[in-house]
Design a protein around this ligand. Structure first.
Ligand SMILES: *[C@@H]1O[C@H](CO)[C@@H](O)[C@H](O)[C@H]1NC(C)=O
Ligand SMILES: *[C@@H]1O[C@H](CO)[C@@H](O)[C@H](O)[C@H]1NC(C)=O
Ligand SMILES: *[C@@H]1O[C@H](CO)[C@@H](O)[C@H](O)[C@H]1NC(C)=O
Ligand SMILES: *[C@@H]1O[C@H](CO)[C@@H](O)[C@H](O)[C@H]1NC(C)=O
Length: 457
């Protein structure tokens, strides 16, 4: 310790390096600076003296600061996730932008040399241009969002540095101000995340074939609620007369066939529309409209409940049949069942289920015939329905449970192996898992958040 001046008693001592002149130590906190000087290396040395009764408040403050630091670290993780997702979408946006620029150039050429262009070509171009038109505001918004995220990242870095350094300089910063900065950042980040993480389906890319195995009909999945390090895969081959679930520790183990566990369910399943959600398997018990919740951890059935009025055993299957009457699925909003009832004239009914008890929390009646649906999956509370299980199928209809409205859409996707018997969204991977005629494939999806022009900043 250097150059300590007269020290009153009782006393607490603290030596602080760096940043002396900018220290703001309010008298209300009971801190006093007794000296300030430079050492041989030119570093600033402050000797801070504080009365002993403030030791307690110092500990409280240090705890508060630790909490702030933790909050900032948490936010930092969220930003990484956000960044990853936005980057992926952004690449698509960039490609779109180039495509639009290319089209504009072509239009200019056409105008310059009308005679050599056939009307058919012109119409084709015009159609493509019209298709892209709605993307212009989305594109602008995305550019703003990526900028916003970089700004968040910088702010987080700044705050982290301040908070990490603070242990040595306790009292040197105004806690209220820091607290305010962290809270305001968190609020903005939260609203940014809710805006960016959910959205409307715009495009389906792929698929990538992960493996070729099993019969023509089956299901495979990972748990969207599992931690990122836990990537167990579950595999349920065939649509009828089976109760064997195979588990693999990772995607790599699944590909190489390194099975880690086999479960024998207490009841056989119907169809291929099971889902694993938060450690439980949800499936339709054969020849019934009963939904079963089975825990992988305990090997027990935790709940069973009949879906009231739901058709079963090929009364209201998807186009391919296969007892695919009741489709269980999960998205960002939770667990869902998609089925059809006589009451709704065989049209698709959507129920959000309580994951523990399987009780329906809300139900929506759509006007899309279940027997004319190829498959369906839920993203961010919107159900997307394909019009067939065969090649050439597209996402044809969507129903938004938030607004209880439907829309006809036209989102094509590639079906390389002719027959799709399962298609389910996984919110963690932001991907569609599909069983494509004995091939296990994954599609990527591109989501756009819907732009609100009025109250958006
Ligand atoms: C940070 O995240 C962890 C795990 O999600 C949570 O338990 C903790 O309360 C969070 N800390 C703060 C300060 O928000
Ligand atoms: C982060 O700190 C740097 C250097 O002190 C400063 O220039 C920048 O404006 C800060 N950024 C934010 C977003 O607070
Ligand atoms: C997931 O399971 C854990 C415990 O197994 C539970 O605490 C948590 O609430 C569940 N989450 C959801 C969304 O159901
Ligand atoms: C999905 O996107 C990720 C990240 O860009 C990429 O690594 C993966 O190969 C893609 N998968 C498919 C099925 O296109």
């Amino acid at each position: 310790m250097r150059a300590l001046l007269g020290v009153p008693t009782p006393i607490f001592l603290l030596v602080v390096y760096g940043l002396c002149p900018s220290m703001t130590i309010g008298p209300k906190e009971g801190w006093q600076v007794y000296s300030s000087a430079q050492d041989a290396d030119g570093r600033c040395i402050c000797t801070v003296v504080a009365p002993e009764q403030n030791l307690c408040s110092r500990d409280a403050k240090s705890r508060q600061l630790r909490q702030l630091l933790e909050k900032v670290q948490n936010m930092s993780q969220s930003i990484e996730v956000l960044n990853l997702r936005t980057q992926r979408d952004f690449q698509y946006v960039m490609k779109m932008e180039n495509q639009m620029k290319g089209l504009r150039t072509k239009f200019r050429q056409i105008e310059e040399d009308r005679k050599t262009i056939m009307a058919r070509n012109f119409k084709e171009l015009k159609d493509r241009m019209d298709e892209l038109q709605p993307l212009i505001p989305v594109l602008e918004q995305y550019k703003t969002d990526t900028k916003l995220i970089s700004q968040f990242k910088e702010e987080i870095r700044n705050l982290s540095a301040v908070l990490t350094g603070i242990q040595d300089e306790l009292g040197a910063y105004d806690y209220d101000e820091l607290y305010h900065r962290v809270m305001s950042l968190e609020t903005r980040l939260r609203s940014c995340m809710s805006k960016l993480t959910c959205g409307k389906l715009m495009k389906i890319t792929g698929p990538v074939t992960i493996k070729t195995s099993g019969t023509r009909f089956g299901a495979w999945m990972t748990d969207p609620m599992a931690s990122p390090r836990n990537n167990r895969v579950w595999y349920m081959d065939t649509y009828t007369n089976s109760k064997v679930v195979r588990e693999y520790k990772s995607m790599a183990d699944f590909v190489s066939g390194q099975e880690s566990r086999t479960y024998y369910l207490p009841f056989k399943w119907a169809g291929t529309n099971h889902v694993v959600y938060n450690g439980s398997l949800y499936y339709n018990k054969e020849q019934s409209n009963i939904v079963v919740r089975y825990s992988f951890e305990t090997g027990r059935v935790l709940a069973q409940r009949a879906l009231e009025y739901a058709g079963f055993h090929n009364v209201y299957p998807y186009t391919w049949g296969g007892f695919s009457d009741i489709d269980l699925m999960a998205d960002e909003m939770g667990l869902w069942a998609v089925y059809a009832t006589n009451q709704n004239a065989g049209n698709v009914v959507i129920s959000r289920l309580e994951p523990d008890t399987l009780e329906p929390l809300s139900t929506w009646n759509t006007e899309y015939s279940k027997r004319n649906a190829g498959e369906s999956f839920m993203i961010c509370g919107t159900l997307y329905v394909t019009n067939s299980h065969l090649t050439g199928a597209k996402v044809y209809y969507s129903y938004d449970t938030k607004t209880s409205t439907y829309e006809y859409v036209d989102i094509p996707f590639h079906n390389p192996y002719f027959h799709i018997s399962m298609l389910d969204y996984n919110a963690r991977e932001r991907a569609l898992y599909a069983w494509n005629n004995g091939h296990q494939v994954i599609f990527n999806v591109t989501l756009y958040h819907v732009i609100k022009t009025e109250d958006d900043s």
